[in-house]
Write a protein that binds this ligand. Sequence first.
Ligand code: SF4
Ligand code: MG
Length: 336
Amino acid sequence: EDRILEVRDLVKRYPIKKGFFGTSDTVVHALEGVSFDVHRGETFAIVGESGCGKSTCGKCVLRLTDPTSGSVRLDGVEFTELSGAELTEARKKLKLIFQDPYSSLNPRMTVADIIAEPIDIARTYKTKAERDARVDEIMEAVGLDLSYRTRYPHEFSGGQRQRIGIARAIVLEPEIVVCDEPVSALDVSVQAKVINLLEDLQERLGLAYIFISHDLSVVKHIADTVMVMYLGHMMEKASKEALFDDPLHPYTRALLDVVPTIAGGRIQDKRILQGDVPSPTHPPQGCCFHTRCTSCMRVCEDRVPADLEPRPGHVVACHLYDEGLTAEERKPAGLN
Ligand code: SF4
Ligand code: MG
C-alpha cells in the first residue's frame, strides 16, 4: 500500500467566549469535513488564506489537537484512538517543521542537543558514541557544519535555524513531515535553499510532506498534489498540474487571479477576489464561498456542495459541476 495517511471527514469545532465580558459562547467552525490521502514520498500541499483551517488540519494530523470527529489513519492504524506506548510509537512516524525558526528552538540548548532531543527521549541508541554519530550524520544531511555542534541557536541566521529544525524533525526517520509555512519567515533568497533541501531529503529518505502554505508560487514549485481550503472546507483537490493548468473551483480561479473570458482566453485581474473571508464563527449557509463567488447560483445559497469528481482524480466541491441541478437551481442568485 502506497497510501500512508488517510484522513476522513475531519471536523474541528471549538467554543470561544465572546463579548466584552466573555459572556456569550460562540463556536468556531475550524474544519468542516475534510478528507484526503497522502502517499509515500509525495508532497501534499494544503493552501488557502489565513483562517481557512489548513494549520488546524496539520495539528489534527499530528494530534496536537484532537478533532471533534473524523478519522486519521496512519499506516492503516486509527491514530486518533491511540494512547500510551502505541501513541508514542506512532508519533515517531510523524514530525513537524515549524513556521518560525526563531522561537521554535530552545535558546539554552546547543545545536547538537536540540537535534538529539527526539532520539534522547525515544532512546534509540545504546552508547553516547552512537548518539553523536547519528547527530553528525543528520547535520551533514541538512548541510550544517559539524563545528556548530556546541553552538547555540541565536548565533545563526533564519535559514540555518530552519536547517536545525529540519534536522530535529528527521532524526527519528519519520514517514511524514508536516511543514507548516516552513519558509514564510525567511528571506526570499533563503527560501529557495530550504525548499531545495526539503526536496533533496525527500528523495533520499522517501519522506512524505504535508506542506501547509498560503504561497501559491512555493506550492507550485514543491507540490505533487494540492488541496485548496476555504473556511474549513476542501474546495478543490488535484494534481499540481491539473490544479494550476485547469483550476475548476471559482475560489481557486480567484486565488490564481485567472478568469476565463467569453472568448475562451484568459485575463488577469488582481481584484477578482473581492470582500473579506466571513467569520468562522458564522460561516455562510450553503456553499461557504457563495458570499464572494461571482458564479453564485440559487442552489448555492442553501445547499452545501458535495465533493464531485468531474475528472479522474480532480475533486471539486462546487455546484457548477453538478449535472443533476434543475434549471431553477441554476439561476443566478439574487434574480427572480
Ligand atoms: Fe460558487 Fe456556487 Fe460553486 Fe460555491 S457552489 S463556488 S457559490 S458556484
Ligand atoms: Mg496557519
